[in-house]
Design a protein around this ligand. Structure first.
Ligand code: FES
Length: 159
C-alpha cells in the first residue's frame, strides 16, 4: 500500500511495542487514516496482513468506532460540536450556514473538494460554544462573523 517511508517506519516501530501484534490494530488505523484521510478496503487488507489477522478483524474496528472514516474527506475538515451547550448557543445554525456556503451536506465532500463538514459530540469547550474544529484547531464562540472568517480561510487555503 502507498504510504510514506516515514509512516512505514513508524508503523513497524508501533507494532514492536506490543507483545501481540493484534494489539497494534487501533494505532495502525489511526496512523493510516492520518496519512490517507480515510480507511480504504486496501488499507483494511494491508493492516490485516501486517498484523497476521483477517480483514474482518480490522473491518469490525473501523465500523465500530465513529472516528474512522471509510470515505475520503475534503482538503479541510470542519467538525462542529452539536452537544447541549453548543446546540443551545446556535451550533445547528452555524452548521447550516457552513453547509450553504460550501454547497454540501453533512459528511460529504464539497463540490470544489475544499471541505467536509461533520457534527461531532462535545469538544470539551462547553463554556465557549458554539465551537468547531477546523482540522486540529479549536474555534470558539462562533457567530456570523466567525463563520464568514472560517469560510474565507478554507476558500483561500489559509491555515
Ligand atoms: S457541548 Fe460543545 S464543547 Fe461541550
Amino acid at each position: 500500500m502507498k504510504l510514506s517511508e516515514e509512516t512505514h517506519k513508524h508503523i513497524d516501530e508501533v507494532i514492536s511495542r506490543y507483545p501481540q501484534k493484534r494489539s497494534a490494530s487501533l494505532p495502525l488505523l489511526h496512523i493510516v487514516q492520518e496519512e490517507q484521510g480515510h480507511i480504504s478496503d486496501e488499507a483494511i487488507e494491508w493492516i490485516a496482513e501486517k498484523l497476521q489477522l483477517q480483514p474482518i478483524n480490522i473491518l469490525e474496528l473501523v465500523t465500530f468506532y465513529p472516528m474512522f472514516r471509510r470515505k475520503p474527506i475534503g482538503r479541510r475538515h470542519l467538525r462542529v460540536c452539536r452537544t447541549l451547550s453548543c446546540a443551545l448557543n446556535g451550533a445547528y445554525k452555524v452548521c447550516d450556514s457552513l453547509q450553504k456556503e460550501f454547497k454540501c451536506g453533512l459528511n460529504e465532500v464539497s463540490p470544489d473538494g475544499d471541505v467536509t463538514i461533520e457534527f461531532v459530540e462535545c469538544l470539551a469547550s462547553c463554556g465557549s460554544g458554539p465551537v468547531a474544529l477546523l482540522d486540529d484547531e479549536l474555534i470558539e464562540n462562533i457567530d456570523e462573523t466567525k463563520t464568514r472568517e472560517i469560510v474565507g480561510r478554507v476558500r483561500n487555503g489559509q491555515n
